[in-house]
Design a protein around this ligand. Structure first.
Ligand SMILES: CC(C)(COP(=O)(O)OP(=O)(O)OC[C@H]1O[C@@H](n2cnc3c(N)ncnc32)[C@H](O)[C@@H]1OP(=O)(O)O)[C@@H](O)C(=O)NCCC(=O)NCCS
Length: 179
């Protein structure tokens, strides 16, 4: 695996996706504790499907999240459905290595991604979806400046319980760039 320091923070940097990391991603995307928070929780992810997915993602604005201290891959994040006419996009993120949860990496990675989206892609509105049971993610998104714009009630059923899907968005003017 080979990483390139495209967007650099204090704890981590964002690098283009390396397809040869497919095995690591496949391992994470078969970990129930990780995928219970993701839309692909009901998908079958195999080495074959993950290689294909990474080939596709590696051509868009998706990035590997890599630690600065040890050049270790810990997850990925990206901008999808980018609309350059209306300057909107959707963002997604996951840290697959659970040892790195709650240590500030996700917040920093997302700040780097949004800073890049604002400063270099001229994007203005960033949207995301998060499940109401994902308190860690919601806390991180609020710290960045995301605000709830609405929720689809009882739209997720997991482990026998119903939860909401929360829609959040952020405008460029509400965000303090770190690039
Ligand atoms: C969501 C995610 C990207 C956040 O990244 P992270 O590095 O774990 O988050 P951060 O440490 O930057 O911020 C999380 C905040 O929530 C707090 N937190 C940690 N665990 C928590 C928990 N179980 N419940 C509530 N808050 C929690 C942290 O203390 C921190 O707040 P603070 O800075 O005020 O102390 C990461 O946890 C992840 O990938 N989770 C699994 C997949 C996922 O949920 N993806 C998002 C789908 S919408």
């Amino acid at each position: 695996m080979k990483y390139f320091k495209k967007l650099v923070g204090k704890k981590c940097y964002l690098s283009p996706i390396d397809v040869s990391d497919a095995e690591r991603y496949t391992e994470w995307l078969n970990d129930i504790e990780v995928i219970k928070y993701l839309t692909l929780r009901d998908k079958m992810v195999s080495l074959v499907t993950e290689r294909e997915a990474l080939e596709r993602l590696a051509r868009g604005h998706s990035y590997a999240i890599v630690t600065l201290e040890s050049d270790e891959l810990i997850g990925s994040c990206g901008l999808v459905d980018v609309d350059y006419l209306n300057r909107t996009c959707e963002v997604g993120i996951f840290i697959g290595n659970k040892e790195y949860w709650g240590k500030g990496y996700g917040t920093e990675a997302l700040k780097l991604l949004i800073s890049y989206g604002i400063n270099y892609l001229n994007l203005n509105n960033f949207m995301l979806k998060v499940y109401s049971y994902n308190e860690r993610a919601i806390k991180s998104y609020r710290k960045i400046g995301f605000r709830e714009m609405g929720r689809r009630r009882k739209s997720v059923i997991i482990e026998g319980k119903e939860y909401d899907t929360i829609y959040m968005d952020l405008l460029a003017e509400e965000f303090e760039s770190i690039l």
